[in-house]
Each structure stands twice: as C-alpha cells, then as structure tokens.
Design a protein around this ligand. Structure first.
Ligand code: PEP
Ligand code: MN
Length: 358
C-alpha cells in the first residue's frame, strides 16, 4: 500500500486509531470494528511490543497479538500498523501481514537502532511512520528520515508525540510545536500526524491538542482508543472509548489552508500591516544594538563589566509588571528580553574585546 497517497486522498484529519496495546483478540477486534463503523479510522493501530519506562509494566502480548490486529483489519477493510523497535519485530510484523510500521519515540532517539531498522527494510517499500525522538532535537528526527531515505524507502510519515520533561504540570510530553513546524519546513513532502494521546497523557486534553494540530494544518491524528479505558493494561488515563472519539472528531473545526482570490486581498491588508510593524520592530532593535555598542565603548573606557546583574533584574521586573496592559504573556516578555539581552552582550563583547574577537 501507499500511505502517503492514502493520507493525501483522505479528507483531513487522517485518523490512526485503536488501542495503546493489543490485550486480547476480543478487545482488539471489538474496538476496531466500532471505530471503523463510526468512520473514525483510516489506519488501525495496536501496540504488540510495548517500550515501557519501568520493567514491571505490561510489555505487550508479543507475536501472538499480530493475527488479532490483521484480523481486525480484514473485518473492517482497513490497513493496520504496529510499533517495531528491532529487525526481529519487522520480520514478524511483515510476515503476519501488518501494512504500516511505526517507530516509537524511544527508538528514534538511537541512530544505531534506526540504522538496523532501515537495513532490515531495505528493498521493500513498506510505509513507515516515525515518531519524534523523546528529546527536542530536530536534527535527530530528520536524521531518522534520512537513514530510511538512503536505503530507498520513500513512503515515510512523521508523528509528533511531544517531548519528555520532568514533572510538567500539564503535559505528559510537552508539544514544542516549533519542532514539527521545523520538520515541515525542511521536509515538506512528509505528511505530519499529531499524537495528542502521548502529548497529553490524559483524556481531558485530547480535544484542545487535536484542534491545535488541525489549526497548524497537520494531516492527521493518532488517538488511542479502548473499549474500557480505565481497565486498559497500558496508558489507561489517556485512552478513550469509540463513542468519546466520535464526539471529539465531530467537534473539531476544520479550517482551510487554501485562500480564495477574494479572501486573498483582505488577507494581504493584514499582512501589509504586520510587515510594516515588523520592519519597525527590526529598525528599533537595530538602533537599540547601536546604543549597546556605544555603551560597550563607554564600559571599556571606564573598565566596567558587561553584566550588571542587579540592573538587569530590575529591568526584567519592571517589564513584567506591564505585561497585562501590553496584551502580552509573561513567558513571551521574559524570553524576548533574554534574547535581546544576549544579542546586546554579543555587541558589547565585540567592542570591548576587539583584539580577542578578530
Ligand atoms: C505508543 O504509541 O503507544 C507509544 C508507545 O508511543 P511513543 O513512542 O510515542 O511513546
Ligand atoms: Mn500508548
């Protein structure tokens, strides 16, 4: 099968749904039939080998579960996918008749493992979906695609499942949307699917993350679905029933990224205004850096250090006091101030140590 073409030919969102893990034949087949009847699946997922964080967790039923997934595919007339982490998994999954393979976040992080998988698939044109690595490293994610491309695999798709952090108050894996956007910029032909289940780790956030992915023009969603989520053997807190999935998909607002001629000129008005303001912003930043250089010369002449911590703390505090009246968020103000400060230090360093930095 050709997954890229199937995604292209399907109205957004392309849905990859099914249980986190295959548990029993009855569980896999019943949930897959229900999501298919609701029209909420274009590709059926089920984990057979589970990469669990702690060794005492359920690590998947293993090979005996493959025919259950393949049977669910036959009964619904839908293609199937499972996670593979080594060449042995690849061999068993393909032999059983699984159509699409996916690579998990804990595997993408390891170039040796990715190379082994690419070598195992060389000469086949198996569709492969590659989840982002657990750490926010765009090059590492792109490197995984390149390893498959180098052995001749072209039917590749990306899955954004968020990035690992220690004790985040909201997400199980923080989305860092700039990474999938960066992947799209660098590899525009690779379809992009969002996995709100592993980003959130909790079912009450699935809707807002799915809507955000649609607004960022993602091609599809991977959402874990279970007949009885609270009793699931893995990822219980994030799975939903087929009925809840249907409700979530029905609620999504799909906006077009094609702009008609009449809307185009109205959009251009906004864009022109924004461009003018951006130009002014950069002119002001440039003028500000020139003053930083003059300040650097003054500090050099008077033998004063570049960094004046107390002064910097005061500046940050006074800016943060004004965020509300400026319609800005504290996080944005803090990060833009830090960037401006770093750039200013670079300019001052250049004029203060001209001999060192030639
Ligand atoms: C999964 O999809 O069930 C899974 C284990 O995903 P990830 O690799 O994103 O943790
Ligand atoms: Mn899972």
């Amino acid at each position: 099968m050709n997954l890229q073409k199937l995604i292209q030919d399907t109205n957004r969102p392309f849905l990859v749904t099914g249980p986190c893990s295959a548990e029993t034949e009855e569980q896999v087949i019943s949930v897959c039939k229900e999501i298919a009847e609701n029209g909420n699946a274009q590709l059926l997922r089920a984990g057979i080998w589970k990469p669990r964080t702690r060794p005492d967790s359920f690590e998947g039923v293993g090979e005996i579960g493959l025919p259950w997934l393949v049977e669910a595919g036959k009964q619904t007339n839908l293609p199937t996918t499972t996670e593979v982490a080594n060449p042995k998994h690849v061999e068993s999954a393909l032999k059983a008749g699984v159509d699409v393979l996916w690579i998990g976040a804990r595997t993408t992080v390891n170039p040796f493992a990715i190379q082994d998988l690419a070598d195992a698939l060389k000469g086949t044109n198996t569709p492969v979906m590659i989840k982002n690595p657990v750490n926010p490293d765009l090059s590492l994610w792109m490197g995984a695609f390149e390893r498959f491309q180098k052995v001749g695999l072209t039917d590749l798709t990306a899955i954004h499942r968020g990035f690992s952090v220690y004790k985040h108050p909201k997400y199980r894996n923080v989305p860092n949307w700039e990474l999938p956007i960066g992947l799209k910029e660098n590899m525009p032909h690779i379809p992009l699917i969002c996995d709100p289940s592993h980003i959130s780790g909790r079912r009450d956030l699935l809707h807002e993350i799915s809507q955000k992915a649609m607004d960022l023009n993602f091609d599809g969603l991977m959402i874990e679905t279970h007949p009885n989520p609270d009793e699931a053997w893995s990822d219980a807190a994030q799975q939903i029933t087929p009925a809840v999935l249907k409700n979530l998909i029905d609620k999504l607002i799909l906006r077009s990224n094609q702009i008609g001629d009449s809307l185009w000129s109205e959009m251009e008005d906004f864009r022109t205004k924004i461009n003018i303001l951006d130009d002014r912003l950069f002119e002001i930043l440039s003028a500000r850096m020139k003053v930083s250089e003059e300040l650097g010369i003054f500090k050099r002449q008077n033998n004063i250090t570049i960094l004046q911590e107390n002064h910097w703390k005061k500046i940050i505090a006074s800016r943060l006091e004004k965020v509300e009246e400026m319609y800005l968020t504290p996080k944005f103000v803090r990060s833009i101030m830090d960037d401006i400060h770093q750039e200013s230090i670079r300019h001052q360093t250049r004029v203060m140590n001209p001999d060192l930095l030639k």
